[in-house]
Design a protein around this ligand. Structure first.
Ligand SMILES: [Zn+2]
Length: 377
């Protein structure tokens, strides 16, 4: 990637306008300002043809299908969480953890009013679309997501599938792969899923998880709906490649695949795993950035810089995997704006050009989410 020392010349006001930050006016106003800024040519705002979505491609939000252009110019977060119920947190408790003596209290992610306010506030700061990475086995309510989309004015893409061995319903074992595919095709249409995700595997992939990956890949082949995955937050190079091998083997379109949580791989300072995945055509999910959970941002930033320097900026996706009550806006945090408000300034400081940032936050996720619906979808 190129260093953009010139971008430091952009006034704070221009920079704020570029990203719709704090103005409530959104990015359309910002981009009008951009034309006059002389920092970026019109050409640099358009993705080169090799990175454009196919004709007839749509992005499926929970409320409607939109052309990539109609989705607007706001930042797109491809992996967040806006709806979990308390059963999810119960299921994720480690088996050897002491049993709580009192019932699990409701999760803040069950409160539609609270989440609507969080999403609406981030919408005013330039977030145009959020992909929810939950599904039924994580206690996600599609009805709640629909309400949040209607009330907040921010586009929401709902996802489906299965998460991890620990959350699977009995169906995963009792049904054949073909039966599971049929069920997912049906539910995807009924619930208007715009993606399959987050589809996870344990550090040691179980045989049921392998089955689920094949099922999701086959359902993708039937429907063309994009896929994003979960690898262990402890960082797991082999898991990422194993997922890719299975999905690629069944014929998943690499343009509609994102291998997730690659920001958590910290034993690969030159990002060789990341580059290998990008080389095979998939998107790289740096989707745990901008918040205080887990490891800090500095190693994650270094990984992204290594990928950009290798020329893979068309493959980078950012998100926060945000599900932290402590860092919500109502608790004084950045909420769903954490990527835009907390992490992007670090990328700029590292020298990443505004055109590249726009590509990563707008054009890349649009390309990842855009698909040409097949009859089965
Ligand atoms: Zn995850």
């Amino acid at each position: 990637m190129e260093r953009d020392h010139g971008s430091r010349g952009i006034s704070r006001r221009t920079a704020l306008r570029l990203f719709g930050v704090g103005t409530g006016a959104g990015l359309i106003t910002g981009l009008r300002g951009l034309e006059g800024a002389g920092e970026l040519s019109a050409a640099s705002l358009q993705a080169p043809s090799r990175t454009q979505s196919p004709r007839g491609a749509i992005i499926r939000t929970i409320l409607k299908d939109l052309s990539p252009e109609a989705l607007g110019n706001g930042h797109i977060l491809f992996h967040e969480h806006m709806s979990f119920d308390r059963t999810f947190f119960e299921r994720m408790r480690p088996p050897n953890a002491p049993k709580p003596t009192t019932p699990t209290p409701p999760s803040y992610l069950e409160d539609v009013d609270v989440i609507t306010e969080e999403v609406k506030a981030s919408g005013k700061e330039g977030i145009g679309c959020i992909v929810d990475g939950g599904h039924k086995d994580m206690g996600t309510s599609y009805a709640n997501l629909r309400t949040i989309a209607q009330r907040s004015g921010v586009h929401i893409v709902a996802s489906g599938g299965y998460y991890l061995q620990t959350t699977y319903p009995p169906d995963v074992q009792t049904q054949s792969e073909d039966q599971l595919v049929e069920g997912l095709v049906r539910d995807a249409a009924a619930e208007r899923w715009g993606a399959f995700g987050e589809i996870g595997s344990s550090p040691e992939m179980t045989s049921d998880e392998r089955k689920v990956f094949r099922v999701i890949a086959k359902t993708h082949v039937r429907t063309a709906i994009p896929i994003f995955t979960h690898t262990s937050h402890a960082g797991c190079k082999a898991c990422a490649l194993e997922q890719l091998d299975i999905l690629e083997g069944v014929g998943v379109t690499m343009r509609n695949l994102c291998i997730g949580h690659l920001s958590d791989i910290t034993d690969d300072p030159k990002a060789e795993t990341h580059k290998a995945i990008a080389k095979r055509g998939a998107f790289l999910g740096f989707d745990t950035v901008g918040h205080q959970l887990g490891q800090g941002d500095s190693k994650k930033l270094a990984l992204i810089m290594a990928v950009l320097e290798a020329g893979y900026e068309d493959h980078v996706l950012l998100s926060a995997d945000f599900a932290s009550e402590r860092e919500t806006k109502f608790n004084g945090g950045a909420g769903y704006s954490s990527v835009s408000m907390v992490f992007l300034p670090k990328l700029r400081y590292a020298g990443v050009k505004e055109a590249t940032i726009r590509k990563i936050m707008v054009e890349n996720p649009k390309r990842f989410l855009a698909f040409v619906p097949k009859k089965a979808s």
